[in-house]
Structures are given as structure tokens and as C-alpha cells.
Write a protein that binds this ligand. Structure first.
Ligand code: PAF
Length: 287
């Protein structure tokens, strides 16, 4: 695996990889890799000739009260993991390369970026859309892979690609990969490392109550408002402070009060101690 950190080196390395018609898949990350990221890489390897991974801790998606400096950075360890998974090229620019002096452009995706995490983290999805658009333009991949754990992020990136008529990758080649979970169901996240042993034990209730709510709503046993209120009560009892619990149309992310024939999803963001966890699950009729 080659690691590059300038645009010139990236272009040269990509030209070598392309070598005619070879396909390239991009797996964008901020590092601090775990099994969830490695699952994206494995899926990408199965679909494309070469996998390019990026590691860039994007300052533009951190709010003023969010600690950019404290975000875990472990480039050597991450690079070893990517190499072991067969990644061909690691793109690891620094902030000056990504946002040189005079950088003045921001991409704002209205609608899907506004509620849920967008309401709690103003500007976050503008930062995500801007950096992902840049990564797409820099690498020009045939396809790109993102985790469904960040379900709203995936919707924002797809909307951006659709609205801006991106071709590398085309919106249909932006692939969402199901959330990878720990043995007790907790969604894998770089943030889980911040949990104390007690908080980590308590956090297992999050996927449990979410799955129960999804099944209860799908089966028609409880209306959406009641299922949401049960999730809220159970999480608060376990020591969480709720940011939001919402049932949404999976395509538009608009909140819904009842199921229709369109796919629906339940999403939650909640804090335990100082750590903010998010999770989401499909509400599948007939489950
Ligand atoms: O999900 C992430 O790790 C980041 O938000 C992403 C997509 C790499 C953009 O910085």
C-alpha cells in the first residue's frame, strides 16, 4: 500500500492504479479505524479492482464546542490495518492541503441536513458535504462506501451527488453498508473508546430499545409516538440524555407519525456522560 499526502502524489498514484480500465472504490474515513471501517474496505474490495482509503480529520465538520484536537489520531496503526485489508492507496492529506489559504467554498445540502444531527450540530453537514465533494473530485472513484450508522450523513452525501450531477461517483454508486455491531449490539464507533466501563455496559441498552421499538412499530403494536416515548423513558432510566428520537421516511428523513408504504427508519442520538452516541434501524413491516 502506498501512502500519499500531496495532490501531485495522489494524481500519479491514481494514474498508475487506473492503468486502463481498472475500477477504483473510495472509502473515506477520519481514521481511528475499527471493524466498521474495515467492513467498508472489504465490501469495496469485493466490488472494485482497487480500494483507495482516505484519512482526514476534517476540521470543517467540528463545531466550536466539539473538540477537534481531542479526536483520536493514529495514522501508523490505521495504515497497518488498511494495508492488511488489501487497500492499494491511502490518501492522507493535512489540513493545509485540503483547505489552502483563501479556501472559501462550502456546500450546504438543504432539507436532509437540517433536522436530527443537523439541528444539534449546526454546520456539521456542510463540513461533511464539502470535504466529501472534494474527496470525490480528488480521487474520482467509480464507487464510494459509507456506513449506514451515519444514516443522515449518507443521505446528505447522496443528495449532494444527485443535485450536483456528480459522475465520479454517480449517486447510484454511493453504497451504504449496514452498521457493524459489537457482540452486545452496540454500533461500532470511534467514540465508544471514550466510554467508561460502566457507561459501556449501560450503552448496550441503546440498540436493544431501538430494535424493540422498530419491531413494535413494524408490527403495529404501538403507534409511533408511544414507541418513541418508551425509548425515551428507557434510555433516560439507563442514564442517557436524549438529543433526539425520531421515526423518519428513509428517503427524505422527514419525521413521520405513522407508517406508509415507504421505507421508514428510527434514529436516535443520546449522550451518556460526555459521549454522544447515535444509532438507527430500519422499520421493516412483517418483522
Ligand atoms: O464518517 C466519517 O468518517 C466522516 O464524516 C467522513 C465521511 C470521512 C467525512 O469527513
Amino acid at each position: 500500500m502506498q501512502t500519499v499526502n500531496t495532490l501531485r502524489m495522489l494524481r500519479t498514484a491514481l494514474a498508475q492504479l487506473r492503468d486502463g480500465n481498472a475500477t477504483i472504490a473510495l472509502v473515506p474515513t477520519m481514521g481511528a479505524l475499527h471493524e466498521g471501517h474495515l467492513t467498508l474496505v472489504r465490501r469495496a474490495r469485493a466490488e472494485a479492482d482497487h480500494v483507495v482509503a482516505s484519512i482526514f480529520v476534517n476540521p470543517k465538520q467540528f463545531g466550536p464546542s466539539e473538540d477537534l484536537d481531542a479526536y483520536p489520531r493514529q495514522l501508523a496503526e490505521d495504515a497497518a490495518m488498511l494495508e492488511a485489508e488489501g487497500v492499494a492507496l491511502l490518501w492522507a492529506p493535512d489540513a493545509g492541503t485540503m483547505y489552502p489559504p483563501g479556501f472559501a467554498t462550502s456546500i450546504a445540502v438543504a432539507g436532509v441536513s437540517e433536522g436530527l444531527c443537523g439541528a444539534a450540530r449546526p454546520g456539521h453537514f456542510d463540513g461533511v458535504a464539502t470535504v466529501v465533494c472534494k474527496l470525490f473530485n480528488q480521487v474520482a472513484p467509480d464507487m464510494a462506501f459509507f456506513g449506514e450508522k451515519d444514516f443522515q450523513q449518507l443521505a446528505v452525501i447522496r443528495a449532494m451527488a444527485r443535485d450536483l450531477d456528480l459522475t465520479a461517483p454517480h449517486v447510484d454508486a454511493i453504497i451504504g453498508v449496514p452498521t457493524v455491531r459489537e457482540a452486545d449490539g452496540l454500533a461500532m464507533s470511534s467514540r465508544n473508546r471514550y466510554l467508561t466501563p460502566e457507561q459501556r455496559a449501560a450503552a448496550a441498552i441503546l440498540p436493544e430499545v431501538l430494535a424493540t421499538a422498530a419491531q413494535t412499530i413494524a408490527a403495529g403494536h404501538q403507534p409511533v409516538w408511544l414507541a418513541k416515548s418508551v425509548v425515551e423513558d428507557e434510555l433516560e432510566l439507563a442514564g442517557f440524555r436524549i438529543d433526539y428520537i425520531e421515526v423518519v421516511d428513509s428517503g427524505t428523513l422527514a419525521p413521520i407519525g405513522a407508517l406508509s408504504d415507504r421505507p421508514a427508519r428510527i434514529l436516535v442520538a443520546a449522550r451518556i456522560g460526555t459521549t454522544r452516541l447515535i444509532d438507527n434501524m430500519a422499520i421493516e413491516r412483517g418483522t
